[in-house]
Every structure is written in structure tokens, then in C-alpha cells.
Design a protein around this ligand. Structure first.
Ligand code: ZN
Length: 181
């Protein structure tokens, strides 16, 4: 065997020793990049749609909008069952425009969205945000409680477009991607 053929053999051996590895690596990397791009696209679409998030980690509705019964007129919000101390998450991005005690609503946080819609979170035990704070959907804004006019701990949510009269939060939440299943 000549030196040249040795070299050639070595080269071949080196190449054969790692069959397809370069291609595999490139394949993995391009899959990973595709995945990252897809995730980013999904996130961008999510933000563009202004999708909302559930305010509690476990969703169990106990009273709906427009019901008559315990309330002075009809029920002006949507009640989520929760235990005192459970974290309350911001449903959407916005600015805190109130965080104080408000009679029958108890400890109430109001977050005003970009379009002027107010989201009310009521009967809280504690506040985690103050007026002027900017919050992102999913941020903890306080804890569930039983302050104000209640028979037990829960989160009462109201949706008030333009800060006006309350609309059905369930329908509003459906428009923003919740309760679709
Ligand atoms: Zn309620």
C-alpha cells in the first residue's frame, strides 16, 4: 500500500466511522430552529389575538352573569370557586386602576385593558398590585378571599367595556379564547 492510498483509506475510514453524523446534526439543529420559529409564531399569534387567561389555576364556576338570588338585583359577574389564599392571575394585560375595598365587592382590583375594558376582581383577601402598575396576563394580582357581600370564598369577575355597565364575562372570555372546549 502506498502512502497515498493509506491517506485515502484513512479519510474513508474517518468518514465511514461517523456515518451521516454531520447530516443528522444539521437535521436536528434545523428541526430545533423550526420548532423555535413555530413557537415564536404561535406566541405572536397568541398576543395578536389578545387571548385571555383563566384567573385561577383550577376553573370551577359557581354563579353566572344575570342570575337572580343572592344579589340585590341580578348577578353582575362570573364567580370562580376558590379557597382563601389561592393566587389570582391577571386575565389580560393592562394597568391597575383601582385596588381597594369597595363595599359589597370587598377588596377589589380593577385592571383596565388597552381598549378601555375594565376587568374587576372582587372579594380578595390580599392585593399584590397597586394603582398604576402594569400587569401581564398571568401575573399574580392578589389572593382569593371572602371580603364584602359573600357567603363563602370565591373570585367574582366583572367585565365592563369602556368602564361602563357590566357585560357577561363568560361571553367576553369566549371571545378571547377561554371556555372554547
Ligand atoms: Zn359574584
Amino acid at each position: 500500500m502506498t502512502r497515498n492510498s493509506y491517506r485515502a483509506a484513512d479519510r474513508n475510514k474517518t468518514h465511514q466511522g461517523t456515518p451521516g453524523s454531520v447530516e443528522d446534526l444539521a437535521g436536528h439543529r434545523s428541526t430545533a430552529l423550526t420548532q423555535i420559529a413555530a413557537d415564536a409564531e404561535k406566541q405572536a399569534a397568541f398576543l395578536e389575538l389578545n387571548l385571555w387567561q383563566y384567573p385561577l389555576s383550577s376553573v370551577n364556576l359557581t354563579a353566572t352573569f344575570g342570575q337572580y338570588g343572592l344579589w340585590s338585583s341580578y348577578h353582575t359577574g362570573l364567580d370562580f370557586n376558590g379557597d382563601t389564599g389561592d393566587p389570582i392571575y391577571a386575565i389580560a394585560n393592562g394597568v391597575v386602576t383601582a385596588a381597594s375595598y369597595d363595599g359589597p365587592y370587598g377588596n377589589k382590583t380593577v385592571i383596565t385593558l388597552d381598549d378601555g375594558t375594565e376587568l374587576w376582581y372582587c372579594h380578595q383577601t390580599s392585593f399584590s398590585v397597586s394603582v398604576g402598575d402594569t400587569v401581564r396576563g398571568g401575573d399574580v394580582i392578589g389572593t382569593v378571599g371572602a371580603t364584602g357581600n359573600v357567603t363563602g370564598s370565591h373570585l367574582h369577575v366583572e367585565v365592563r367595556p369602556g368602564g361602563g355597565d357590566p357585560v357577561d364575562p363568560y361571553a367576553a372570555m369566549q371571545q378571547h379564547g377561554l371556555f372554547r372546549d
